[in-house]
Structure formats: C-alpha cells, structure tokens
Write a protein that binds this ligand. Structure first.
Ligand code: NAD
Length: 467
C-alpha cells in the first residue's frame, strides 16, 4: 500500500491511479492521487513546521538526516521492491540507486554551512550567512525517482527548509514509501510527499505558500515551471534535458573505451539525463572503434526477468517507448545505416527495445539533434579538434559531455571548450553528490549538489558590522 504523506499522516488521496510494470505491461498497484485541497493542507503544515525547523542547529538537522539514512538502510528491501517494479530496473540497478540515495543523504549531512567573511578592516566587517528559503516544492521525473527526490530532500532539510515532493505519476512509489518511513523520525510537516499528475505540479508552481521550486524534468516542462513560478517570484532551480556527446580521441585504448562507453550509453537503456546521446570518434580509429563498440552492444543481455546483473532496462513507459520507435523509424526511413538493433525485442512482453547503433547519420538528423532518452545511439566521425568542439556545442542543450583520451592535457583542453555543466574525462557519466550539477543553455537554470548546490536552498544574508 502506498500513501500520500501529509503532515505526518498517511492519506489515500482523492482518487487512485493504476501503475504499469514496464517489464511486463501488467498492472502493478493502484497509487493515491492528490487534489488541490491536499496541496493546500500540505503547504499549511510545511509553513507551520518551518518556524521551528529553521531554528534547529545545523548539527541537529544533520543528525536527523543520518537517522533517515539508517532507516533507508534497514528498510531497503521494501524500498527496493517498490523501486525495481515501478521503474523496470533490474535488481542490481535498483540497489545502485538506493546506494546513491544513501550517499546523497550522507554527503548533505556532512557539509559545513558556515558564515563567510567577505571583508574586514578596523572599521568594518562584512559577513555572508546562509538562511533557509522556506517551503520548497520538489517536482521529479521518472528515470531515477528515488535518488533525484532524496538529493533534493536532503539538501532542503539540512539547510533548514521544509519540503513537499511531487514524484512523477509514472514512478511515485519509492518516494512515497521513503516519506512514510520518515514519519517517526521527522517533525510533522517537514517532509511531505504527494503523488499527482502534471496539474498537481502546476498547482505547486503557482502556489503562493511555496517559496522555491526545485524541478527536474524535461526542458519543455521546465519552461512552463519557470513561467508559472515567475508569477509569485519563487526561487527556481531547473535541472532539464540534455543531448550529451562523447568525444573519443585517436590515442585511446580502442577496445577498453568502446566497452566502457557502450556500458554508459545503455545504462538504464539511456534513460539518464546525462547519458551520452551522441558519440564522436576520431576518423583514424573510427572503423576499429565501431566494430568493438557494436560487439560490446551485441553482448548486452535483454531479459524480462529483473533478477539478473544487467544494467539494461525496458523503456519505463509507453510514451518514451513510442518516442524511441519513432526515432528508429525516422533513421530507417532516411536510409541511415542501422548496424545493430533497431527492433522492439521479440518475444518479450514489456517496453523493451534492442540496443541500437546508427552509423554516421548526418549532423542535422533527428537522432543527432533530439534527446532520445532510450537505447539508440548515433556514431559520428571527426578529424579536427575545433571542428568536433563546434559540432558538439551546436545545440541548445548543455548538460554534460565526456572526453576520452590517453593524453589528459588534450582531454582537459577539449573539456574547457565545451558549453556544458559537467565534463567527465575517461569515464561515462556518473553523477556524484560532491560535484555541482547544472545545465547550461536550455538544460537548466541554477544547479544542485556539491557545496555550491546547498546554496541553492539558501538566501544569502549580508550583515555589516561597524566599529
Ligand atoms: P517531465 O517534464 O514530463 O515531467 C517531470 C515532472 O514534472 C513530473 O513530475 C510531471 O508530473 C511534472 N509536470 C509536468 N507538467 C508540469 C507542469 N506544467 N508544471 C509542473 N510540473 C509538471 O519529464 P519526465 O518525462 O518525467 O523526465 C524525463 C526528462 O527529465 C528528460 O528530458 C530528462 O533529460 C530530464 N531529466 C533531467 C535531469 C537533470 O538532472 N538535468 C535528471 C533526470 C531527468
């Protein structure tokens, strides 16, 4: 059973909605759906709670977070069951997401939030302090529902805010269960979670009792969030879509990099905001690299059972499944060379699509321009550094990128020319609680995680002392 968690109570919602298991397309569970009245009650509870929560010491709030981490660890089987079933992740992938969630809680519980001295002389001292913003509304997507929600919860709470989380209606269960597990730990109203459709998200962005929206989702929705939040001048952090590129330099160990890159590209079937979505390989090694990459891709196991050490998944929902099928159709229709995959997986009941590789489609093709968010990847050739940098930067997205090179100085030089929030050198995209995470251009506004990310949950107050 799953409940909306409002003011420390388990609520069944004004109605329920069925969830689908992406591995089987069978009905999973009914989940509660919140109403506008539920949001109003939650906002009132959060505002009440904020008055005393913000006055606790940082150490006390950190202690609460560590209790949440302990609870998540002891109840991980229950969370795992919800998470693996609703997302379609393998047991291994769901366990990894719980481990990542624990890392985010522990990171946030370990950070200082000290005042900073900005200026000091005999007459004047100026300090900056970091005060909480108030009630945060967190709106989350379906691909990594637990860790993305938990990262927002941990940062908001430790900085002295209260938070209301709206998970994606495709994957609300692990988040609702996490908030339920927190009931005996946190004071009422500090952490609340309400499942709802897009309209509930919109109500939150317009609500005058919510002071900040932390949104993770698509760029199209992010623009609506920004527009609605502007009406009450809420603080807004937007973590949006990407079209990350991997640049492979000519000096790499071809076999090793091709294998690693294939793992990253098809991790959770590419349903990761920072998964590589375009691969640019230097022309000197292109043919050898392509063969090694395709060999690694063909070795990926696609099985209906989740009890396997696989990092590959079905698409989480029909909408995303149809987007990927359309991209395959477009690639085929335009005569691009599909060198492996390109079909829904035969004989499997869920939203599975075979890992698919497209050989050198044109730069203006749909598969290069669009965020596919699924198991299909274009491979392209490059020959000059400035040319590949220009092609990689020639997009509205600016979330992340990877550079693969044996010569680290070359990799770093390229990295610094890329218009993206994070660059990974010689690894696929592995977000870390320690690294500030932000999208440039239309991939976001502001950022989260890392020390700098904690500041996004704070007002900076300047205090000037005169002698
Ligand atoms: P989405 O934008 O469709 O939905 C995200 C959330 O917004 C859901 O909870 C949804 O109910 C809510 N929502 C929808 N319309 C709304 C509105 N008008 N007002 C307020 N809330 C509204 O995104 P999705 O399909 O769930 O997730 C996939 C997208 O998220 C991809 O584009 C992916 O790149 C992006 N993403 C980004 C990051 C990041 O950190 N940058 C991380 C994960 C996913």
């Amino acid at each position: 059973m799953f409940f909306n968690i409002i003011d420390s109570d388990c609520s069944s919602g004004c109605s329920t909605a069925p969830l689908i298991n992406p591995r089987t397309k069978r009905n999973l569970w009914d989940v509660p759906v919140a109403s506008k009245a539920d949001i109003d009650i939650a906002v009132q509870a959060a505002r009440r709670a904020f008055g005393s929560w913000k006055l606790l010491t940082l150490e006390k709030r950190q202690h609460y977070l560590l209790e949440l981490a302990d609870k998540l660890e002891t109840e991980r089987n229950e969370i795992h069951y919800a998470l693996a079933n609703e997302t379609g992740k393998s047991d291994l992938l769901a366990q990894m997401e719980i481990d990542d969630s624990l890392d985010f809680i522990k990171f946030n519980a370990s950070q200082p939030l000290d005042d900073e001295v900005e200026f000091e002389d005999e007459k004047l001292k100026i300090i900056s302090t970091h005060a909480p913003i108030g009630v945060v509304g967190a709106i989350c997507p379906w691909n990594f529902p637990l860790v993305l929600a938990v990262a927002k919860i941990a940062a908001a709470l430790v900085t002295g805010n209260c938070i209301i989380v709206k998970p994606s209606p495709f994957t609300p269960c692990a988040t609702l269960k996490f908030a339920e597990l927190a009931i005996p730990i946190l004071p009422p109203g500090v952490l609340q979670a309400l499942n709802g459709n897009n309209d509930i998200g919109q109500i939150m962005t317009l609500h005058p009792g919510i002071d900040k929206i932390s949104f993770t989702g698509s760029t199209a929705t992010g623009k609506k969030v920004a527009e609605n939040a502007a009406r009450t001048l809420k603080r807004v952090t937007l973590e949006l879509g990407g079209n990350d590129a991997s640049i492979v330099c000519p000096d790499v160990d071809v076999q090793a990099v091709a294998t690693k890159l294939a793992l990253g590209v098809f991790f959770h079937s590419g349903q990761m905001c920072v998964a590589t979505k375009r691969v640019y390989v230097h022309q000197i090694i292109f043919a050898e690299f392509r063969d090694a990459f395709v060999q690694a891709v063909r070795a990926i196991e696609v099985k209906v059972a989740g009890h396997q050490p696989s990092l590959f998944s079905p698409l989480q929902n029909k909408m995303q499944y149809d987007i990927v099928k359309e991209l395959i159709k477009d690639s085929r229709g335009n005569g691009y060379n599909i060198i492996c995959g390109g079909e829904p997986e035969e004989g499997l009941p869920g939203f599975f699509i075979t890992p698919t590789v497209v050989d050198r489609p044109p730069d203006d093709s749909q598969i290069v321009q669009k965020e596919q968010f699924g198991p299909i990847i274009p491979l392209m050739e490059w020959s000059a550094e400035d040319e590949v940098v220009a092609r990689v930067n020639d997009t509205d997205a600016g979330l992340g990128s990877c550079v693969w090179a044996s010569d680290i100085a070359t990799a770093e030089r390229i990295a610094r020319k890329l218009e993206v929030g994070t660059v990974w050198i010689n690894n696929f995209e592995v977000p870390s609680p320690y690294g500030y995470f932000s999208g440039w251009k239309q991939s976001g506004v502001g950022g989260e995680w890392g020390r700098q990310g904690l500041r996004s949950y704070c007002h900076t107050q300047t205090i000037q002392f005169y002698n």
